[in-house]
Design a binder for this molecule. Structure first.
Ligand code: M6R
Length: 608
């Protein structure tokens, strides 16, 4: 979703602002803008559409100034036009904003009555005017900034410049992430650490409700009630290389290829010989096992949770509830004692998932909340009682790939760890499963080195209207994920179904033009899947089989075969990730879509 950058430097900042916006492109956006303050005047450039339009404007008419703010906007209030793009300005103030000001209509009306005019349809435009009014009332910016924040309902991360104070940048955070950065050359405000790669050496994370200002020499941070707060500077956990494509055509392809390394990192971090240990979630090792688990997430992360439910229920024999965060938070769920909440999120900033965590902590403070998250500094990670980090590295492609595989891998380890404690998994069995996970690293490398099966399968998607994905057991949610991946990046309609459910409706879709991807590893009810395969094949569909058997007579029913190495109960879904992701990628490339930034999508969904 929207991205914010602010820079106050010893040199002109426009190029840094544009470079930072480029590093945040992956979040998804539909317009962009930058504004600098130079010799008492604001200089502004805005453009609808992709960033190159803004860059072209800057090349024609570079804007001067050593202090500036920039924004990539993902439209919520008002269309993605130049007028609605940020920054939004009043005479004295320029502001960029992420989030939604829920009471913007009331504020707009009030400000209008005071003679203020608005040019955009955005909620954000009330902010510079409101601050200006408060500055006139208070005669000073600090109390005015605090008074402005006190009037806002909703979520925001804000960066602002004030014309009379060219040596400072102002900021505030509530419900939307924000951090500060510093180097010898300047100070920065950003919504995303990646924006600061190559600019800042150190970062400071701003907490919920905090606000303040930076100058070249100082940082003042205040809590919501106006009390000063202190935070430490930490090294920026990223380099410029992290934000590159590493020679691949797309970020998504690079990230698919990074998966063997990600799995290797996870095993190194959490497995010590045959012991599994989660140092940032020690309660998993010390407290009694929970009587119930609730797993909540969105999108792809939700699919990872659905697969893990099969694993956890089999080994722990306790109820495991899995829900979509946007449903769970409005569902009046019954949360008993001894319940472990597991939230899953690549970004750790997904608004609905975060709200579930906060609701759970409010309602049952006696329970523990565990986050499985790729960003250790994220709100979700920091507000949970324990963290299992995914160690996937920055995921920039909007379609989640390596973070999903990493979620499955840590969920497999978590299941084994808890099953070991419950006495449901002997150490010899555990050692066997861990050996399979280690073998998965090299198996993935081999699959990525030869993707001929996927390429052949992708040609079956030429000119089709949609596709069906079928699986059973832990591979049923993988069918959901395969379908989601395809629709996200190729814009083809796709459905994932439990193979046994097909005859209850979706079978009506089947004709000779429909590609049907059947996930058929021998681990999960293969005989049943083969029966479903016959039903599909009898109706003439184009069957794409994902299999781990070397040969079988039922392979004859397939239009394409994608072979995966043999896995075990836990490792098989990890292996299945690769062909599902590559297939979606190849089909999207065939259709010529924007693979890394598909239309309408945002990487990190920070609004409800
Ligand atoms: O950062 P999160 O894992 O919380 O994000 C959840 C979903 O928004 C995300 O998985 C989304 O579905 C992706 N575009 C999937 O590729």
């Amino acid at each position: 979703m929207c991205g914010i950058i602010g820079a106050l430097c010893r040199y002109e900042v426009r190029d840094d602002l544009l470079a930072a916006l480029q590093r945040m492109e992956y979040r998804g956006y539909d317009s962009a803008g930058i504004c600098t303050l130079h010799e008492g005047a604001f200089h502004q450039l805005k453009a609808a559409g992709k960033l190159h339009h803004l860059k072209e404007k800057n090349a024609r008419q570079p804007i001067p100034g050593c202090v500036g703010i920039g924004h990539t906007r993902w439209a919520t209030h008002g269309e993605p036009t130049m007028v609605n793009a940020h920054p939004h300005l009043s005479e004295q103030v320029a502001i960029v904003h992420n989030g939604i000001i829920e009471n913007h209509l009331a504020l707009r009306q009030h400000l209008h009555q005071r003679g203020r005019n608005f040019s955009s349809q955005t909620d954000t435009e009330v902010l510079p005017h409101l601050l200006e009014e408060k500055m006139a009332e208070c005669g000073d910016v600090l109390p005015a900034w605090r008074d402005m924040l006190a009037e806002l309902h909703g979520a925001y991360a804000i960066a602002a410049m004030i014309r009379a104070l060219p040596g400072s940048l102002w900021f505030a955070r509530k419900g939307s992430p924000l951090l500060l950065g510093r180097s010898e050359q300047g100070m920065y405000v950003a919504s995303d650490a990646l924006a600061l790669a190559g600019l800042a050496d150190e970062v400071m994370y701003i907490e919920e409700g905090e606000w303040g200002r930076v100058t070249l020499d100082a940082v003042d941070v205040y809590a919501l009630d106006g009390q000063p707060v202190q935070h430490d500077w930490e090294p920026l956990p990223l380099s410029v290389e992290d934000s590159g494509k590493g020679g691949f055509r797309h970020y998504m392809l690079k990230e698919i290829h990074e998966q063997p390394g990600v799995l290797r990192n996870i095993l190194r971090a959490y497995v010590h010989e045959t012991t599994i240990r989660f140092e940032q979630a020690m309660f998993l090792h010390s407290r009694p096992l929970p009587e119930r688990i609730v797993m909540v997430a969105c999108g792809t992360s939700y699919h990872a949770a659905l697969t893990a439910r099969y694993w956890l229920e089999r080994y722990l024999q306790i109820p495991v509830e899995v829900d979509i965060a946007s449903e769970y938070r409005y569902r009046d769920p019954v949360i008993g004692d001894n319940t472990l909440l597991i939230t899953l999120s690549q970004s750790g900033e997904t608004a609905d998932t975060l709200e579930v965590l906060r609701m759970f902590k409010r309602q049952t403070p006696q329970n523990r909340a565990l986050a499985l998250c790729n960003v250790a500094s994220s709100s979700l990670a920091r507000e949970s009682d324990g963290l299992i980090e995914l160690f996937a590295g920055p995921e920039i492609g909007v379609a989640s790939t390596k973070a999903y595989m990493a979620q499955l891998a840590v969920l497999a380890l978590l299941t084994m760890c808890m099953a070991g404690r419950a006495g449901a998994l002997k150490s010899s069995e555990m050692a066997g499963h861990l050996r399979y996970l280690e073998k998965t690293v090299t198996d993935m490398e081999a699959m990525l080195a030869d993707s001929s099966g996927v390429l052949q399968a992708s040609s079956l998607f030429a000119g089709v209207k949609g596709a069906l994905y079928l699986g059973r057991g832990p591979c049923y949610p993988m069918a959901l994920e395969g379908a989601l991946k395809l629709k996200e990046i190729s814009y083809l309609h796709a459905e994932g179904y439990a193979a046994g459910e097909m005859k209850h409706g979706p079978i009506a879709l089947i004709d000779s033009t429909l590609p049907v991807v059947v996930i058929a590893p021998k681990q999960y009810h293969l005989d049943k899947v083969i029966s479903n395969l016959h039903e599909v094949q009898a109706r003439g569909a184009r069957v794409i089989l994902i299999v781990d058997l070397p040969e079988a007579d039922w392979f004859a029913h397939a239009s394409a075969l994608i072979r995966i190495p043999e896995g075990d109960y836990f490792s098989t879904p990890l292996l299945v990730c690769i062909p599902l992701q590559l297939l979606a990628y190849e089909v999207a490339c065939m259709y010529g879509t924007d693979v890394d930034q598909p239309r309408n999508l945002a990487k990190s969904v920070t609004v409800e």
